[in-house]
Write a protein that binds this ligand. Sequence first.
Ligand SMILES: CC(C)(COP(=O)(O)OP(=O)(O)OC[C@H]1O[C@@H](n2cnc3c(N)ncnc32)[C@H](O)[C@@H]1OP(=O)(O)O)[C@@H](O)C(=O)NCCC(=O)NCCS
Length: 181
Amino acid sequence: MKIRRLGADDAAAFSALRREVTRENPVPMGLTFEEELSRTLDGFRAQLSSPLPNAVFGSFVEGELAGTAAVSRAGQFPSSHHKMVMWGVFTSPRYRRRGLSRQVVETALQHAFDNGVHRVNLQVYVPNEPAITLYTVMGFVEYGIESEAVCLDGKYHDGVHMTLVKSRHNRPLHPTSVGVS
Ligand SMILES: CC(C)(COP(=O)(O)OP(=O)(O)OC[C@H]1O[C@@H](n2cnc3c(N)ncnc32)[C@H](O)[C@@H]1OP(=O)(O)O)[C@@H](O)C(=O)NCCC(=O)NCCS
């Protein structure tokens, strides 16, 4: 497996992977499969060309994009530059439980913390036990819930907010611990 930062040239592979993941289960992606199909390659090219420290990382298996994880600035002004938002975490259903996400998420986190970021936040649309477990193992803790964060085909799904402070990176809480720091 190889991990590298994605760019505009990866837009088609990024879109194909997103469609594969969304077709299997749209809830984690927070939009319907039809909505995903409406997204354009130009839009993905722009997203993948966003300037550093924004970055989308991909893990490749035998040359095929198999998983991704991304971090973006939380705001344009320096007052928000201590934190980033993690998004775009998904692995092809054909390559799950092989450690791809763990490694590509770790790469994205290391990139954020290497760029002076103090905290990384994300949101998980639920139910999504695999993602909550993944992030918890990596040290993220829950700090709130947005009720009815998305509505997919008439059904509401809450969004669980999770956060990881730099000092806790690679030093996960014990699973029974509670609270946010
Ligand atoms: C969640 C997801 C990204 C995990 O990807 P993955 O490459 O299979 O994850 P990994 O193999 O790196 O797993 C790392 C750890 O996460 C946890 N985990 C992953 N899948 C799990 C599952 N189905 N059930 C429970 N824990 C799971 C485990 O702790 C696992 O470690 P282990 O295999 O040593 O037990 C993948 O299931 C996925 O793409 N789901 C759909 C999209 C999604 O939910 N994205 C997150 C949006 S916030």
